[in-house]
Every structure is written in C-alpha cells, then in structure tokens.
Design a protein around this ligand. Sequence first.
Ligand code: ARG
Length: 255
Amino acid sequence: MKKTFAMLLALSMIFALTLSVPASAADTLTMATSPDFPPFEELQSDGSVVGIEVDLLNMICDKLGMELKIEQMDFDSVLPGVQAGKYDVGVSGISVTEKRQKNVLFTEPYCLAAQAIVVNTGSDITGKADLDKKKIAVQTGTTAESFCMENGYKVSSFQANSDAEMALVTGKVDAWVIDDLTAAEMVKAYNKDHPDALTILDEAMTTEPYAFAFAFGSEDLVAKINEIQAELIKDGTVAGLFEKFDAPYTSPISE
Ligand code: ARG
C-alpha cells in the first residue's frame, strides 16, 4: 500500500514537472521568409538564415520580449501565408505596394530600394529603353515580375533568384530584373568565379520601400514595432546593420 502511494506520488511529481514547462507560443514571433535574398536574408550551409532583416527583427523581438522563429519558403508563399494567419510576419525584402496593402498590414518602411537591370557584359542593352521586345527573367511573385508584366515586357518567371540568374548567363533571357542590393551581392559572387561576366546597369527600373508584413488585426503589435523601429532608424542602428553587411543604406525618412 505504502509502495503504491510512493509510486503515485512520484508519478504525479513527474506529471507536474512536465506541465510546468512554460508554453512559449505567445512569446514567439514566427517570420516567413525566402532566404535567397542577400544581404537581407541568406541561407547558410549550416541551415541558419542570416542578414540585415534577421538582425533587425531579432533586435525588435528583444525589445518586445519575444523570440524570433524563422520559417523558410518560396517568396510567393510568404504573403499568402501571413494573410492566412500561418505566420506572424512576412520578412523578405518585401516592397510596400498599394495592391499588397489591400491584403496585409505593413509596418513603416525601414529602407528604400530600387529594381536593377542585370545583363551579360557586352550586351546591347544599356538602359530601360533597350528592353522592349527583350526577354526578362524575374522571381515569381515579386514587384519585378508585376512591374515588367504591367509594362508589357516579355517575362520569364523563376521561383528562385539563382535560377533567374542562371537563365541570364546561359542566354535563355536577355536581362534579369531584381532588387538593387541583392543584384549587387549576387553579381559580385558570380563575377568572382566568372570575372566580369555580369553587369548591373546604372539606370534603375523603379524605387520601392521595404517593410514587414502582418495580418490585419495585428495593429497593436505593428504600432509597437513602428515605435521601436523609428528609434533604431533615428539612432543609426539600422544604418549600422547595412554597414555590417557592406551595403549602402537609403533611409525612407527624408530629413
Ligand atoms: N522587393 C521585391 C518584392 O517585394 C522582391 C523581394 C524578393 N524577396 C526574396 N526574399 N526573394 O517583390
């Protein structure tokens, strides 16, 4: 009898211990990202994701007392996943557009970017005006894709940026339109092994602000993040993150 009691006691103690593990769900911010976008988010060989936006979100989470969890996917799944409530925030060098604002709630932008035109060195394309009737590679679901389609260019879409780049170097397309800082990183990496193979043209296609995307209903959290982010822009922390990743910073706030 005594033995049974002792056993029951031990069992109930084990049970209580299991229950006392804190449920962290409420303190976790799950970010959806396509980590093929250096210097903003890039997959490392050990499976981790690093970049300016990962650092920035980690800083914001620290101030909120939350823990950042990263979920990887193709770019065109990021915004639908956030909208459906599968993830808390979309973080993927996402440009704010009027169309997207109908489906998700954006934070204030933290930087400005542009769409760059990349060509094979020596191409007869030297600016936007030469792109008519040329075939352009873009990433599926991006503003590069919608801009080029809306403006009547011939477009080839690829799930991964690396495949769009491959289409250009193998001559399947004439140009590749992609965000400027990512273009700079990817072209630098490619040209390291293939000197001077790719050229980024001076003329950009568009200018766009980057922000983080939440589902409607997250207004309170977004307001808090905007406050923290404004401080991090003002005190130079955000500019410092760009410097850390060797990228030029364009503030969205005009002085
Ligand atoms: N800024 C562009 C857009 O919002 C491209 C973003 C692509 N991001 C990525 N992680 N591949 O559509």
